[in-house]
Design a protein around this ligand. Sequence first.
Ligand SMILES: Nc1nc2c(c(=O)[nH]1)N[C@H]1C(S)=C(S)[C@@H](COP(=O)(O)O)O[C@H]1N2
Ligand SMILES: [Mo]
Length: 324
Amino acid sequence: MIIRTPKSYDLKETSVTKEDIYFNRRKFLKSSLAAAASGFLGFCPSKNLQAEVQQLSYKTTKWGKTLKPSSFEAITSYNNFYEFGTDKSDPKKNSHLLKPKPWTIEVAGHVEKTGVFDFDELVEKKTLEERIYRMRCVEAWSMVIPWIGVPLNKIIKKLNPSSKAKFVGFTTLKDPTQMPMQNTNILDWPYVEGLRIDEAMNPLTLLAVGLYGKTMPNQNGAPIRLVVPWKYGFKGIKSIVKIEFLSHKPPSSWNIQAPQEYGFYSNVNPNRDHPRWSQKKERRITGQSGFAALFDDKIDTLLFNGYAEEVAHLYKDMDLIKFF
Ligand SMILES: Nc1nc2c(c(=O)[nH]1)N[C@H]1C(S)=C(S)[C@@H](COP(=O)(O)O)O[C@H]1N2
Ligand SMILES: [Mo]
């Protein structure tokens, strides 16, 4: 057996199948005790890649263990991030301009701890968890994404909002030198989003800082983005620089753009069609059928994207067709 010293071009090659390394790593973590004892550690196949991409340490949780994640390639090359272009392939191509480090987040409004926080102050590394969630875009495609993040409620409890805080508003970075499409007016910049405080406090809601066990790729919203798995994807605002605790409903970019098409709630609901297309089914992008996810089968869309058990109580007295 020949053990070659890897060259820099090898790192590029291995990064093509990052999800294999991810799955190996998950197996690897399980057997790490036995492995350490047997001196197996030196043969960990992901070692070289770790030098290239920063690995996050995190707690594994029960969430989504039975779901098969979409490929790393699909998750990081088929994106909506209009700050970098309107094509699904644009964010991967153009988001190298984003500088996610250093990063600060302003906290404002009806909350005790206001001010500008450094990323690491707000996101304590020891609180990171893995959550494998179904994600449903309003455009009727979906993926399964293994996020790494902090439940937003943990951060909110630390910041200690007052009883006047009925909503939470989020704002994306505005800097046209990093986000070139902000030189155009395809959307009102910066991108903004919001949740009701009880939605923000729901244990499913995450501030994600990574996926597949790695630091968040720029195209997915580095260094920190919202993940609300029972809502349409556009609620998951990327590259957040401000969190505000408000007494009134915060603005939402797509709601401002086309209020008759995109509501504030935007809970995934197969019974409420978009004015221009059905929401009954979705194209699940697995990345398994080569690049063109376009060939994947259509599956039924589930109420609250399959998370009714966890979130239906938040809307028990609401007409979900009227408050879409
Ligand atoms: N700042 C910002 N956040 C955004 C968007 C955007 O254009 N700008 N697109 C949204 C939409 S429509 C979707 S479907 C998700 C896509 O997230 P993903 O690329 O990580 O899958 O990001 C959301 N967050
Ligand atoms: Mo979307």
